[in-house]
Structures are given as structure tokens and as C-alpha cells.
Design a protein around this ligand. Structure first.
Ligand code: GLU
Length: 588
């Protein structure tokens, strides 16, 4: 959520800071701001988009600065609540990502000591603490200040009397990009990839002192080394490449992403799978990754016979009892706060964790015992598409690599999995038909997605995509469950999207659809191209390219992504940056 950026180098800081900041816009935010060290620290901020700051910000001259996009947690979006925040003297400017949970007591005692607060944010305590502790070393003052903080933070501190930036992190991501006589700091790599591909990821508890040609990292006052990593993707991966939206580009990248993920993890082979005689498995994830987890649960139980439970990160964290065995944590960013908390809980109980993530060096990959990297590349659109499909591929690989799988099924599925990129490519031939149906859908305020068995999570994911980007109220339901309540909502013409695979659930799906049609709902059915059984029963039939029924979720999810996309477009929604949502949910 939100983004922080810092620059120290030999060039004018402001244009670089705002350029980097604009590349973090995908993470979701409501206000933005920048501070540059001129003769003294100059701040420009407001409840506006980065583009407006770029246009309106007066000339700020200096080669050292910080910038911020805020996703408000404490106090509404407004000019005073926007970051950077200053101390009373204006000598220290701080940008903060995260939540300080003990800010009220800190604010009270600082106020009693004479500090004046002007915002409602939790963040403002940080510059005041730095002011309080500063004697002659800014690093020392930052160390003393963060020792007082509970909660999560990544911060960059700009100080009037130093030609360096000081950074620190705890439970919130931060990366330092190494340039030639210049350094970049950001919450995430896409911000700085146009400038450098050499990066250092900070770890929780690290404090960094960044000058234009040196990075010094300390922990508890002791100097420590962090490896420099090379990012393999480039700036073209964070551009739209001729597509109107990142989401559409990312949907169309899926055949490639599937191929890359297949290649990547085949090379890594069996050491990445779950252990042989594991008693049970817990899968932890949030949002779209949770839906991927449910499909993982299905195939693990079906093909390996291991009892598996999928839990929502935030719910898992309140459970008293843990299941024995191992765990799988799924998080696109590797920084999802609720998942990280769950991972720490599992870790302290001695449970082995396998992470599935898109981001090398992310916190999830560092906590986990083993990590499978999906090769989605940077996903800019807030609504996840290609990362979901890549997570599914990783889960299939995990199962196929397991020694307990029946070899005949494994060989069959392995062949079919290799064909999946081509099958997904064929889905794009259906785009005109999907656009057509999106006209109908766009005129309704509510919709249902139904499925059974392995395609039930795809109904959940179809509904989630639609609500995220088109703002249409959508329910994903297990088809058999509709009559236990939601049937009351079926009025004549209400859109129901049914996902029908050629598996053991097929006939029950047809029965459910008949019951729905008897209530005059408007049904679109997604069926295998060889399936004619619904031709005369439903209003619209979308015939998707054939695949093995166990792999059908990968194919079925793509038309639903496109459906959400075209529906949102007709409704004039800001597709890549839906209201109130953030890409990487780094707060609990
Ligand atoms: N909690 C801080 C605020 O409300 C920072 C939020 C953020 O991460 O953008 O200002």
C-alpha cells in the first residue's frame, strides 16, 4: 500500500522522485507529496494524484529528497495528513509506510514535552521522536526513535544537516537501488527499475545510511552486510505496451507467464514440493491468492490424499489450534501483512512453510523454508490476473512433483499442462463474444457466479474480479448452496454466470442451472467446447477450449477476467486503480 521513494545523487532530485513515485501509483493511494533539501527542507504535498504534483509543484532545487503516496489509515486524505511530515523545527522530513500502533501514547507524551502536532496521522510521531533524540548523529536519532515504535513501518528520513538519507523497516517492504554516483530507495522495485537493476532488500530491524556512493546497514548498532541482487526484468515490463490498461496487457501475457513458470520450476524439481508423508497441510492466503489456495486444496486432496485446509490470513491469525504437518503461504507481493503474520505464527510453532510468491527477496521468501517463484513479472493492475494463473501453475507443479501421485495421472497431467499456454491463447478468440455479454452485465447492479468442485473457487474469483473493477455487487457461490439462501435474490433477468466442467459435477451443475432458469434468471454458461448439453437451456453459451477437467480452472478463469474487464470499461471505471484498493496490502 502506498509508496515511498528517496533519492540521493548527482542530479536534481524532484523529477526523479516524482517519476519513481508515479510508477508506484498501481499500489493505490489517496494523496501525495515530496520534500527536497534546498537551503533547507522544502515540502510540497496535497490530496492529489502524483500527476498533479508533477504539474503544480514549484521549482524545488536539490539533489537529495523523499516522496510519498499515502493510503490513509489514520486521518482522512487531506493536505495536512499527506506525507512528508516534519518535526517542529522543520529540520527532519519523514515519509512512512505502515501503521504505528502505539502512536497515541507517544503523541501524548511528546505533546506534554512541548511538541506540536498538525496532522491526525500516526506517522507524525516519527519526525518528533527524531527531533527529540537528535544530538549529533541522524542515524542514532533514527535508531532511538524506531526503538519506541510498535507496529509496522518503512521510513525514509531526510535531514537538513546531512548529505544522506536514513532508512529503516519493520514489517513493511523497502529496497535500495544502486546507481552510478546515485542511490534510489523505494517500497518496490518497479519504482526504480528504469534507473537501476542492482538492488539491496532491507530486512526487518535494519537501519540504512544511504549516501550517493555508499550504503551502510546496521542492526542493533552493529554493521551488517546485505547481498546485492540483480533484477532480471526490465522497464518494458512496467509499461502498457500498446494496451489501453495494464489489466488487459496482463491478461494477455498469461500464456507467456504460464510457460515461464513451468520452465522455472521444472528446473528446480522435487526439492520444492511438500514432504512425502506429511500429516496435513494448511494453505494461508488472502484475496485472489486465497482462491488459488482453494484450488490447491482441491488438487492436493484429490491427487495426493493429504488432508488440506485453506485459511484466510487474517482469520488464521486468531486461531488457537494449528494443524500438524506443513504449510503453504501464497502471496503475490510476498509482503501481504496478514500472510506474513500467519507465517511467523507457523514458524514459531516449528511448522515448515513453502512460500509461493512473485517477488524475489520478499519478506515471505525470507521467512519460508522453501520458495516457489511464479514468473508473472511485475503486475501493475491492482486486480490480480496473471499472478493468479501463475500461482495455479505453481500449485499444479507442486502436486505433480510429489512422490505420492499416481504416475499415470501425473504423466497425463504433465502433458496437458504443457499444452495449457496454447489453450489459454485460444481463449482470446472468444473476446468479441465476451464483450457482447459484458453489455448485458454492465447494465445490472448484481450478479452471481456459480461452480462446483474444482471450479467453485473460479466462481469466487470471477465474482471477486467483477466487484473489484466494475463495482457491480457479485456473489461467488457453490452451485448447490444457492438454494440455501441466495435463491431469494434471483429475480427475472439477474445475470448468473455458471462454470461447467466436464467432470463428475457436470450433471449436478446442469440440475442447478435448470433450477435457476425456472426462476427466470439470465444464465451464461462457460462450458467445454465439446459440451452441447446446455445449448438449449441457457441464454448464452461460451464454449471454452478443451482441457483436462482438473486443469479447467486455468482456462475458465481467463474469460471471467476479460468479462470483468470489458464490463468495467463500459461502466467507465478506473480499471487499473479501483477505488479504495491497494496492490500490495502491507497493513493488517
Ligand atoms: N499510517 C500512515 C498514514 O495514515 C501511513 C499510511 C500509508 O502507508 O500510506 O498516514
Amino acid at each position: 500500500m502506498c509508496g515511498i521513494v528517496g533519492y540521493v545523487g548527482n542530479k536534481q532530485a524532484k523529477p526523479i522522485l516524482l517519476d519513481c513515485l508515479s510508477r508506484l501509483e498501481y499500489r493505490g493511494y489517496d494523496s501525495s507529496g515530496v520534500a527536497v533539501l534546498d537551503d533547507n527542507i522544502k515540502v510540497y504535498k496535497d490530496k492529489v494524484r502524483v500527476g498533479v504534483i508533477q504539474e503544480k509543484c514549484p521549482q524545488l532545487s536539490g539533489t537529495l529528497g523523499v516522496a510519498h503516496t499515502r493510503w490513509a489509515t489514520h486521518g482522512p486524505p487531506s493536505l495536512v495528513n499527506a506525507h512528508p511530515h516534519l518535526d517542529c523545527t522543520g529540520r527532519f522530513a519523514v515519509v512512512h509506510n505502515g501503521v504505528i500502533t502505539n502512536y497515541q501514547s507517544l503523541r501524548k507524551s511528546l505533546t506534554a514535552e512541548g511538541h506540536k502536532f498538525i496532522s491526525e496521522t500516526d506517522s507524525e510521531v516519527i519526525p518528533h521522536l527524531i527531533e527529540k533524540y537528535f544530538q549529533d548523529s541522524i542515524e542514532k536519532a533514527v535508531e532511538d526513535a524506531i526503538a519506541m515504535l510498535d507496529g509496522s513501518y518503512s521510513i525514509i528520513v531526510l535531514s537538513e544537516d546531512a548529505s544522506k538519507l536514513v532508512v529503516a523497516r519493520k514489517n513493511s517492504p523497502l529496497v535500495i537501488g544502486i546507481g552510478d554516483d546515485e542511490m534510489f530507495i523505494a517500497s518496490d522495485v518497479p519504482a526504480i527499475i528504469s534507473y537501476t537493476s542492482k538492488v539491496i532488500y532491507l530486512e526487518d530491524g535494519d537501519v540504512g545510511e544511504v549516501t550517493r556512493n555508499n550504503v551502510k546497514i546496521t542492526r542493533n548498532g552493529e554493521e551488517t552486510k546485505r547481498e546485492t541482487q540483480h533484477i532480471t526484468w526490465g522497464r518494458e515490463d512496467v509499461q502498457k505496451a500498446g494496451y489501453e490498461h495494464f489489466m488487459l496487457k496482463e491478461i494477455h501475457e498469461q500464456p507467456r507467464v504460464i510457460r515461464d513458470t513451468l520452465v522455472e520450476n521444472d528446473l528446480l524439481s522435487t526439492r520444492l514440493t511438500i514432504s512425502k508423508s506429511v500429516e496435513s497441510l494448511s494453505i494461508i492466503a488472502c484475496g485472489t491468492s486465497y482462491n488459488a489456495g482453494l484450488i490447491g486444496e482441491y488438487i492436493i486432496q484429490e491427487l495426493l490424499g493429504i488432508p488440506t485446509i485453506t485459511a484466510i490470513g487474517s482469520e488464521f491469525n486468531h486461531r488457537r489450534t494449528l494443524y500438524p504437518g506443513e504449510a503453504i503461504a501464497i502471496t503475490q507481493s510476498g509482503e501481504t501483512a496478514d500472510v506474513l503474520l500467519a507465517m511467523k505464527k507457523l514458524q514459531s510453532a516449528g511448522i515448515k512453510i513453502l512460500a509461493i510468491t512473485n517477488v524475489q527477496g520478499s519478506t515471505a521468501s525470507r521467512i519460508a523454508n522453501r520458495t516457489i517463484y511464479i514468473k508473472a513479472g511485475p503486475e501493475v493492475s491492482v486486480a490480480a490476473t496473471k499472478s493468479f494463473v501463475a500461482q495455479l501453475i505453481a500449485l499444479y507443479q507442486l502436486v505433480l512433483l510429489h512422490p505420492d501421485i499416481d504416475t499415470e495421472i501425473r504423466d497425463q497431467l504433465a502433458v496437458d499442462l504443457q499444452r495449457i499456454p496454447i489453450t489459454v491463447e485460444k481463449v482470446f478468440d472468444l473476446e468479441p463474444q465476451i464483450m457482447d455479454y459484458s453489455r448485458y452485465l454492465s447494465e445490472h447492479d448484481s450478479a452471481f457466479f456459480i461452480g462446483r468442485g474444482i471450479n467453485y473457487p473460479i466462481a469466487l474469483e470471477g465474482a471477486l474480479k467483477l466487484k473489484e473493477i466494475s463495482y457491480i455487487h457479485a456473489e461467488g457461490y457453490a452451485a448447490g448452496e444457492l438454494k440455501h439462501g441466495p435463491f431469494a435474490l434471483l429475480y427475472s433477468g439477474v445475470p448468473v454466470i455458471a462454470i461447467v466442467a466436464q467432470d463428475a459435477n457436470h450433471d449436478s451443475m446442469v440440475t442447478s442451472i435448470k433450477e435457476i432458469k425456472a426462476r427466470n434468471a439470465h444464465v451464461m454458461a462457460l462450458v467445454d467446447e465439446n459440451d452441447d448439453s446446455l445449448d438449449d437451456l441457457v441464454d448464452v453459451v461460451l464454449k471454452v477450449p478443451h482441457s483436462h477437467s482438473l486443469l479447467s480452472p486455468v482456462v475458465n478463469t481467463v474469460p471471467l477476467q476479460l468479462l470483468a474487464y470489458y464490463t468495467a470499461k463500459l461502466r467507465g471505471c478506473p480499471i487499473d486503480f479501483p477505488r479504495n484498493l491497494a496492490k500490495s496490502v502491507t497493513v493488517e
